[in-house]
Design a protein around this ligand. Structure first.
Ligand code: ADP
Ligand code: ASP
Ligand code: MG
Length: 443
């Protein structure tokens, strides 16, 4: 069995949905098809939520009506038969009534999560109606019945596997299963989600649960590029990535993959193929245990980083100092991304600022603390042999004109990271591209 996940753009119009139907029926392999919301829908739901939080009912109703109009249009374009159009209309009526119900009552984080789940519920249900019309034998299995996170917001793998199996066993003869990406339940059984971009994570979690032969992530670009194509011109797809390389790129900002989605596939050694729905014949990228040794593979960047410098007169020879520092971050469940130390100070970075003020209060009890916000981690990923000379010169030579706040080299063989000001990010990405890829190709 394989998993095929289609992102927002890939289900973004009637035409695209029809192409998805085409791609999932090209062969007779059994498959689970994971769909995102129609592109733009989740952003619009977020925006409706913002209106509801500020209790601007009229604005929320206006936005809901605008969204409804888009779906009415999709309904007209997607189906040929009146029967399908009518079915879709009933579905939309029900769904949009539900959205409007949020304008009548208190709006809290619980309602917001239920609101955000509607995008994937809509896209999958509409797609199922299309499959029925097109004579494609497919079953819709609700992600809310098997996808779950635990109290630590980590996937509950045992629950997912056993409940997914139960769902699949209801349709022993069905070759194609359709389900929602992104949406899940939490430890309390409430509707929740896997964070923005989370449909990739659904796909690999589902892949791991069924020990899939392959997880395919279909999107709007022909694989993982060697730099951020939104910033740098002349990037190109990387044909193969190791799990570690892909995980670093995803974690450090390559938007094509959700930051956590590599691990479930890696754990079970399931290859992930990144493919382009607009250009299905393009090779794309294969992520697997195999890797090309000794190479600089790709560059990514993650914004919104906060750097914290912690200095203590007593750090000199004080072996308990780092433990004290780490314990503070552990208490507030705040992961540290980069870290560098000197004899008297330690600098580290975080991207989750939700407990920043409590963390600072605690650290200031025993150290002098400086905070620098609006930083970006620029991350060069590859397979760096520790006994090989020259990587540092290549990377830092390329960055000679960019002010660097922190450097992390040697933490893993796959990653060299530098911390720069957010407004130097684009220049840093371009300079690295020129220095590491373009200049090399031309030489
Ligand atoms: P989907 O809606 O299919 O999940 P996303 O928008 O989440 O698609 O991810 C695809 C986008 O990721 C691409 O359109 C591209 O702009 C962006 N992206 C950022 N970095 C990279 C990269 N290194 N390689 C490929 N795409 C990237
Ligand atoms: N629809 C969700 C989002 O826009 C999840 C996803 O597309 O992966 O973030
Ligand atoms: Mg995505």
């Amino acid at each position: 069995m394989i998993v095929m996940k289609f992102g927002g753009t890939s289900v973004g119009s009637a035409l695209r949905m029809k192409e998805v139907a085409n791609l999932i029926t090209l062969d007779s392999q059994k498959k689970i098809v994971v769909l995102s919301a129609v592109s733009g829908t989740t952003n619009k739901l977020v925006s409706i939520g913002e209106s509801l939080y500020k209790q601007d009912k009229d604005e929320a109703i206006h936005k809901i009506k605008q969204l409804r109009a888009e779906y009415d249009q999709l309904n007209q374009e997607l189906y040929s038969s009146d029967e399908s159009k009518e079915k879709a209309k009933l579905l939309l009526n029900e769904n949009f009534e539900y959205l409007l119900s949020f304008t009548k009552d208190l709006f809290t984080i619980y309602e917001e999560r239920a609101l955000l789940a509607q995008g994937e519920l809509l896209s999958t249900n509409l797609f199922k109606i299309y499959c029925d019309e097109a004579g494609i034998q497919a079953a819709l299995i609700p992600a809310l019945d098997f996808m779950r996170i635990d109290k630590n917001l980590e996937p509950d793998e045992y629950y997912i596997q056993s409940n997914l199996e139960k769902e699949l066993s209801k349709y022993p003869e069905t070759p194609i299963f359709i389900t929602q990406g992104y949406v899940c339940r939490n430890a309390f059984g409430e509707i929740d989600n896997l964070k923005r971009g989370g449909s990739d994570y659904t796909a690999t979690l589902v892949g791991a649960a069924i020990k899939a032969k392959e997880v395919q992530i279909w999107t709007d670009i022909d694989g993982m590029h060697n730099n951020d194509p939104r910033v740098v011109e002349g990037t190109h797809p990387v044909e193969s990535l190791s799990y570690n390389e892909a995980a670093e790129l995803a974690y450090f900002g390559a938007k094509i993959l959700h930051p956590s989605c590599v691990w479930p596939a890696q754990q079970h050694n399931i290859p992930i193929a990144l493919k382009n729905t607009m250009q299905p014949e393009a090779k794309g990228t294969i992520i697997s245990q195999f890797t090309d040794k000794d190479r600089i593979t790709a560059i990514a960047a993650k914004d919104g980083i906060t750097a914290i410098k912690i200095r203590s007169g007593r750090m000199l020879n004080a072996y308990g100092f780092l433990r004290n520092v780490f314990e503070v971050f552990e208490r507030y469940k705040t992961p540290i991304d980069m870290i560098t130390t000197s004899e008297v100070a330690v600098s580290l970075t975080i991207d989750d600022k939700s407990h920043l003020s409590e963390i600072l209060d605690e650290l200031r009890k025993y150290a002098h603390v400086e905070v620098d916000e609006n930083k970006t981690i620029v991350c060069v990923v590859g397979d760096f042999l520790s006994d090989k000379k020259g990587y540092a010169e290549q990377i830092f030579g390329a960055l000679r004109n960019i002010p660097i706040r922190m450097i992390s080299y040697g933490g893993s063989n796959n990653n060299v990271s530098v911390l720069v000001n957010e407004n130097d990010k684009n220049e840093a990405l371009k300079a690295l591209h020129e220095g590491l890829f373009t200049a090399k190709t031309m030489a």
